[in-house]
Design a protein around this ligand. Structure first.
Ligand code: PLP
Length: 453
């Protein structure tokens, strides 16, 4: 039973024998074993061996308010006592879900006036795909069934979302993308041939127009993108890119979906990345920072246009058949409300905006390192791209398994970051990070890189 003490060794054996880990090689995990985390406070995590490490990745880009926020625990316990569950089916509702929906509408870009709650990002994306399909049928344009997304994009692991994702290991042996899912090149400045930002933006717009023309405009449903690509290696498009892509979708008459699962909730500076460019998408997906990892929850924000299209096209006698048992879960919603309070009234958003100057300086200072080809970031989201040769930007040979070594060395030096397969270090510290902790993060990363020389 969980109440009985258990040895670290038994835990490791039970993990190896029974627990399937996400995005992990089963065989590699059996031989390596798990790193089992025990507790967290602020920016720090402690594992079962007593190692205390600085988490520069906010769990999985989600614990934006840091660990151990007591007021969130209290909000959860209070709600669990009063009403642990209420379905949204059969016209039922609960106060936290309704209040969170209203709050999100007031904070997200104008026009996104309706919310469907999910359990995370993957089902928010999947819900977007389902509602978009429903929308085009409802408004009498049933030929619009082709979806376009970006290379290097990540839109989750659902059966349909994983095909919009464009990362090879999410496709290998899974038989996606599906035939109606298409990708255009990513606005990856460091590895593009564009002379400047304006050309990179023009190239992206050109790729989208060409793809839509190839598919036939009358067949295209929507374009999905992350305002800054996260799992694809933190690809930061130039300022103006998001607006240009939004405007292009408007001109083409296709829906524009912003996947702000990572970029939402202060990660890039403003509350939402769309805000920085005055962009209002037709749909927006949210998760992660919404509950800051304290409970699972995602949200699909829907514009009036899509909502009314679906509403008016459906018979009032027939239910629109999309739902989740835990949509609008009251405990997650109560947590979401408290997390939003901490961002806005608890000073965490403002702290993130202020410490991001140190984050930027820390990133830029690493560009002189012999292994570093590129550093990039916005707000509290960043990347350090390692190369075998700075001049040619050549990548390290995959056989070196540098990413695994990097991650292990970082952990040994007391810092957790993401080490992507193509040797890009991803960073997303919690927005509650102090200046001192930020300095510590970069000192430990430099030590880790020096150790690889
Ligand atoms: N969309 C984006 C942009 C993401 O980064 C992620 C997860 O990292 C997802 C969707 C999927 O979210 P989840 O893992 O909560 O299902």
């Amino acid at each position: 039973s969980p109440a009985q003490p258990i040895s670290n060794r038994s835990l490791l054996e039970m993990d190896r024998d029974h627990l399937i880990h996400p995005v992990t090689s089963f065989r590699a995990h059996e031989s390596r074993g798990a790193t089992i985390l025990q507790s967290g406070d602020g920016m720090w995590l402690t594992d079962i061996d007593g190692n205390r490490v600085l988490d520069a990745f906010a769990g999985l880009w989600c614990v934006n308010v840091g660990y151990g926020q007591e007021s969130i625990v209290e909000a959860a316990v209070e709600q669990m006592r009063r009403l642990p569950y209420a379905t949204g089916y059969f016209h039922f509702g609960s106060e936290p879900a309704i209040r969170l929906a209203e709050k999100l509408v007031s904070l997200t870009p104008e026009g996104l006036n309706h919310v469907f709650f999910t359990l995370g990002g993957s089902d928010a994306v999947d819900s977007a795909i389902r509602y978009i399909t429903h929308y085009w049928n409802a408004v009498g344009q049933p030929s619009r069934k082709q979806f376009i997304a970006l290379e290097r994009g990540y839109h989750g692991s659902s059966t349909t979302g994983s095909g919009l994702t464009a990362l090879a290991n999410f496709h290998r042996n899974f038989d996606v993308p599906l035939k109606w899912q298409h990708h255009i090149p990513s606005p990856y400045g460091y590895r593009s041939d564009a002379a400047d930002d304006a050309e990179l933006i023009a190239q992206s717009v050109g790729h989208l127009k060409t793809k839509v023309a190839q598919l036939g405009n009358e067949n295209v449903a929507a374009f999905f993108c992350e305002p800054i690509q996260g799992s694809g290696g933190v690809v930061v498009p130039p300022k103006g890119w998001l607006k240009a892509m939004r405007d292009c979708c408007t001109d083409l008459g296709i829906l524009f979906v912003a996947d702000e699962v990572i970029t939402g909730f202060g990660r890039t500076g403003p509350l939402f990345a769309c805000e920085a460019e005055g962009v209002s998408p037709d749909l927006m997906t949210l998760a992660k920072g919404l509950t800051a990892g304290y409970a699972p929850m995602g949200a699909l924000m829907m514009s009036d246009k899509v909502y009314h299209g679906i509403a008016d096209g459906a018979s009032p006698d027939l239910a629109i058949g999309h739902g989740l048992t835990y949509s609008g879960h009251p405990v997650s919603a109560a947590i979401g409300l408290e997390v939003l309070r901490l961002y806005l009234d608890g000073g965490i958003l403002a702290n993130g905006q202020s410490v991001s100057a140190k984050f930027e300086t820390g990133l830029a200072a690493l560009s002189d390192h012999p292994l570093v080809g590129d550093t990039r970031g916005r707000g509290m989201l960043g990347a350090i791209e390692l190369v075998a040769d700075k001049a040619s930007k050549a990548r390290f040979a995959p056989e070196l398994k540098l990413a695994d070594r990097l991650f292990a060395a970082g952990y040994g030096n007391g810092v957790i970051f993401r080490a992507f397969a193509d040797n890009i270090i991803g960073l997303a510290p919690a927005l509650c990070c102090s200046d001192d902790e930020m300095e510590m993060i970069f000192a430990r990363i430099r030590k880790t890189l020096d150790g690889l020389l």
